[in-house]
Design a protein around this ligand. Structure first.
Ligand code: ZN
Length: 455
């Protein structure tokens, strides 16, 4: 954005280092970055566009640290299954995806994330059918048209059922193919610049779908390229059993033995971690994408969020794929993080502001992007969410941060990414929502027919 945009009169929750809040304040965005944040009205400047945000809470845009966008078109399947049952049902369907399916699903999924306050999301894509075309290119294009900041991770699976893994053999790839394609994805898309809208990471899928050799070589590749590493870890007790039977240790010790701990690594879930695993992750700066809705939906358990935070483990939130979290609402994850943490650990287990922190600057830290995003501070990217809290659902609520975290999801008045509007008054502004909806419906129908699930 070349101009100067002033958000004036709202409650400003900065999530800066000392969690500064202004009951009535302003945020100024100029040339895509935050130019001023402070109390009271902004100083008048000729030519500035002033938006009256009285009745609203202004927060950093939310950051999603774990997702699988292609799953948007496979929601509502195996709705009462465990993770391993659910995966076994869905792998054959996912084996039929292609560039067109992924493009439509990603556009819809990204659109909904934006509608729920997300300005930056990662995606973990690990299913690459041989005839699927350019699925990563389709995702990148989806993020560009919707307008979100994006961390694309090139996932992979090379441990098929015949070799003792969980996925069927026809959805796994060979290790040379995986490493070549991952390297190519980094070279093609990764932009490390300060104003980057697109970064790339390396992300083999999980210990039960990936060989030890792939994990080791993927870590070397990521470090050669200077990009981040991600995988699913410690999600279920089934996985814990798998690791102990196959590798003779728990998942975190297994990853430690492969050089997979460090401040350039984050794991999706981290539900089943004992004290020593948490201490090891904290000591190495290894992050966690906490996915409370998905973990509850699949009955996997719930991560020890208070303990992770107390130990100093970087923690962000993830909606996880839409097939295990049909809501895919990032603000709902903040609410669930708080409710489940207190249900597990008592009333002091997580404060309302802790919940907003993990949804914003916490997530940015997990993605290694916290110098640019995650808080409202001068010089950071103009990624801002403006929530309306003066309607029937929240009017007169005393603590406006509690309106976000404990209340129902408020209307999203405005969402800016690099200062550009992506959502206005609960509508996507850069794409036609009806066209996105129609394309998603058609892609989902085609996929289920191709997979033999629907006629
Ligand atoms: Zn996942």
């Amino acid at each position: 954005m070349a101009g100067r945009l002033v958000l004036d009169g709202g409650t400003v929750v900065t999530m800066d280092g000392v969690r500064t809040e202004y009951a009535s304040g302003h945020v100024v965005v100029e040339n895509g970055r935050i130019a001023a944040v402070g109390p009271g009205p902004a100083p008048a400047v000729d030519g500035a566009q002033v938006v009256d945000v009285r009745g609203c809470v202004v927060t950093p845009g939310l950051v999603n640290t774990h997702h699988h966008l292609y799953q948007w078109v496979t929601r509502g399947l195996a709705v009462d299954a465990t993770l391993f049952e659910w995966l076994t049902t869905l792998y054959p369907v996912w084996g039929c995806i292609d560039e067109e399916t992924v493009g439509a699903a990603a556009t819809a999924g990204l659109g909904w994330l934006a509608r729920t306050g997300c300005t930056t999301t990662m995606d973990h894509h690990y299913v690459f059918p041989a005839d699927g075309g350019d699925v990563l290119g389709a995702e990148v294009e989806a993020a560009r048209v919707v307008g979100l900041r994006f961390m694309l991770t090139r996932g992979s699976m090379d441990l098929g059922r015949s070799a003792g893994g969980l996925p069927p053999d026809h959805v796994v790839e060979g290790i040379d193919q995986i490493l070549g394609a991952t390297s190519e994805a980094v070279d093609r898309f990764h932009d490390p610049s300060a104003d980057s809208m697109l970064r790339v990471g390396v992300a083999p899928c999980s210990p039960f779908s990936v060989t030890t050799q792939l994990l080791t070589e993927a870590a070397s590749l990521a470090r050669d390229k200077g990009v981040r590493l991600h995988t699913h870890l410690a999600e279920t007790l089934d996985e814990d059993t798998f690791c102990r039977e196959r590798f003779g240790c728990g998942p975190v010790d297994y990853m430690a033995s492969l050089g997979w701990l460090g401040d350039d690594v984050w794991f999706g879930h981290g539900v089943h971690l004992d004290d020593s695993a948490i201490a090891l992750m904290a000591a190495t700066g290894t992050g966690v994408a906490h996915c409370p809705s998905s973990n509850a939906r699949l009955g996997a358990g719930i991560a020890r969020l208070r303990d992770l935070k107390d130990a100093g483990v970087p923690v962000g939130l993830g909606v996880d794929g839409a097939a295990s979290n049909e809501a895919s609402s990032l603000l709902e994850e903040a609410r669930h993080a708080l409710l489940f943490a207190r249900a597990r650990g008592g009333p002091q287990a997580l404060t309302v502001r802790d919940a907003l922190e993990v949804a914003t600057i916490g997530g940015a830290r997990v993605l290694g992007w916290d110098e640019q995003i995650g808080s409202l501070e001068v010089g950071k990217q103009g990624d801002v969410a403006v929530w309306r809290v003066d309607t029937l659902a929240h009017v007169d609520i005393v603590d406006r941060v509690a309106a976000l975290v404990l209340g129902d999801r408020p209307p999203l008045e405005l969402l800016l990414v690099a200062g550009e509007p992506v959502v206005e008054r609960d509508r996507l502004v850069r794409v036609d929502e009806q066209q996105v909806t129609d394309a998603s419906r058609e892609a989902g129908r085609r996929l289920l027919v191709k997979a033999g699930v629907a006629g």
